[in-house]
Write a protein that binds this ligand. Structure first.
Ligand code: BG6
Length: 517
């Protein structure tokens, strides 16, 4: 079964003008969970090894599980070894890194634990020179977000220790709310304790190299913009597929489902970057303004013709890589009658001059045949078939595939003459692979960039409140409708297949096909 990406830490310190963060302490709430072990601590280790963390940088893990500093450090070391390619010669670096990790057992509701946290942060300021700079990271189940935020406010940890001299930032994991009302309520609570410029709503897809490169590809090159519109583009497909099931996250997933977990955030972020107008300048406000404008233009999903707009599915038993996989309903902490979707496909339209009537087909699912995220831009065919009377009967439109992960890169398919004395045409592909162009694969998990960004106060790759709100405005009516419908309209697919047959029929109906991946 495919695991989180295995990384090779950089061999030499990274350069390139990145601003080094000021010394600071990072507090991770939910430190015994999957995200901390799998992504956050490996990302921090990667940064530490690349010498990108500030002097004195320290981590405090907070969670319910009863660890002490030593047992928590040991668990974090295990995680780093499991998720990164760490050789034995790295052990001293890993030891030094984990020495600066501390642990506080806390059920998130006990004011005394926040007092203890405050004392430890003050101690780190004195002993490690963290200077009163604090980064709080909420990696707990979403229901704890308001509780933690309120406690941080009550104990006086929400504001910089000395205004103007140091900073306090808070990172909030997704999903930010579970529908429009709860997202607005959470936003109200968070903004009553923290100011907007202290808040970093994270969507780790925005930190992926290939996703950041979408902006450079579109706006750092002069030749693509003229055909990036309805005149030349027939439709766009966005696929975010995973081979893994829900693993040990059944309880969370039952509450969330695929659309809340992947589409409301990651997939809509990709869509906004593909569809946005060029910002006037490259800063957080300008880029986020343009992303929000796209979301504002997405046509509401037509619930009166739901089958044409959306498909939902759930996996049943099947085979993945020669292994028999259980049905979603047999996964731990999942109801045997669950109607939670593990697959969804939507057809979205963006009602503006650039994209009017161009469908954006998006799909995402768990237990699909492989882990692959890809954006396909399908261009219209040549307007006039010139090569009639030759053995070529059909000339297909060009398409650009943006490989977000794995095999990061892009490929452009166009038609070429087969070398021969006859006129025969077939599609060929021009490729850009990170590995070939830069001599190594994309090295990071996305969290590295994002963690540094929120330490230096750069919010460009984080989601602003208005985007979250607009995304929920789009998605909530659909989720409400599915909730009302229960089992009605739910399709099933065997684990290890590309979703329910209805997902193929969904796009076939428009005379199109999903990209083979
Ligand atoms: C997370 C979802 O946000 O993204 C997970 O909660 C999912 O369910 C993960 O597995 C996928 O991230 P990546 O970076 O592995 O594609």
């Amino acid at each position: 079964m495919s695991e989180a990406k295995v990384l090779t830490p950089v061999q030499t310190p990274e350069t390139g003008g990145r601003q080094t963060p000021q010394p600071c302490a990072m507090v991770i709430f939910g430190a015994s969970g999957d995200l901390t072990e799998r992504k956050l601590v490996p990302a921090l280790y990667y940064l530490s090894r690349a010498k990108l963390l500030p002097d004195g940088f320290s981590v405090i893990g907070c969670a319910k599980t009863q660890y002490n500093n030593d047992s928590f450090r040991a668990k974090m070391q295990e995680g780093v070894k499991k998720y990164l390619n760490v050789s034995s010669s790295d052990n001293p670096i890993l030891d030094a890194f984990t020495r600066d990790i501390h642990y506080i057992a806390d059920d998130f509701g006990d004011p005394a634990a926040y007092g203890q946290l405050k004392d430890l942060l003050d101690k780190l300021d004195r002993e490690r020179g963290t200077g009163g700079n604090r980064l709080f990271y909420l990696a707990t189940p979403p229901s704890f977000f308001p509780i933690i935020v309120n406690h941080l406010g009550a104990v006086g940890l929400a504001q910089p220790k000395e205004l103007g001299k140091n900073w306090t930032h808070i990172v909030i994991e997704k999903p930010f709310g579970r529908d429009l009302d709860s997202a607005r309520e959470l936003n109200r609570i968070v903004t009553s304790v923290f100011k907007e410029d202290q808040i970093y709503r994270i969507d780790h897809y925005l930190g992926k190299e290939t996703v950041q490169n979408l902006l450079v590809f579109r706006f750092g090159n002069g030749i693509f913009e003229p055909f990036w519109n309805r005149r030349y583009i027939d439709h766009v497909q966005i696929t975010v597929a995973e081979e893994i099931g829900v693993e040990n996250r059944g309880a969370y997933y039952e509450e969330a489902g695929l659309v809340r977990d992947m589409i409301q955030n990651h997939v809509l972020s990709l869509l906004s970057l593909i569809a946005m107008e060029p910002p006037a300048i490259f800063n957080a406000t300008a880029v986020r303004d343009e992303k929000s404008k796209v979301m504002r233009a997405v046509r509401p999903i037509d619930l009166d013709h739901l089958a044409e707009a959306a498909v939902r599915g759930q996996y049943v038993e099947g085979w993945c890589n020669g292994e028999r996989m259980p049905a979603y309903r047999s996964e731990p902490k999942v109801s045997p009658q669950s109607t939670t979707e593990t697959f969804a496909a939507l057809k979205l339209y963006i009602d503006n001059w650039r994209w009017a009537d161009v469908p954006f087909y998006v799909r995402s699912g768990k237990r699909l045949p492989k882990r692959v995220s890809e954006i396909n831009i399908r261009f219209r065919p040549a307007p006039h078939l010139l090569f009639k009377g030759t053995s070529t009967t059909e000339i297909r439109g060009n398409h650009l595939s943006i490989h977000i992960q794995p095999n990061e890169g892009m490929s452009l398919r166009f038609n070429a003459k087969i070398p021969a004395t006859t006129m025969q045409i077939r599609p060929v592909t021009m490729e850009f692979r990170y590995e070939d162009a830069f001599g190594h694969a994309v090295p990071t998990t996305a969290y590295e960039t994002l963690l540094l960004d929120c330490m230096v106060g750069d919010s460009m790759l984080f989601t602003r409140a208005d985007f979250v709100d607009l995304a929920w405005e789009l998605i909530t009516p659909l989720l409400d409708r599915w909730q009302e419908d229960g089992r009605k309209g739910m399709s099933f697919y065997e684990a290890g297949t590309w979703g329910p047959p209805e997902a193929d029929a969904f796009i076939d109906r428009d005379g199109r096909k999903w990209q083979e991946l």
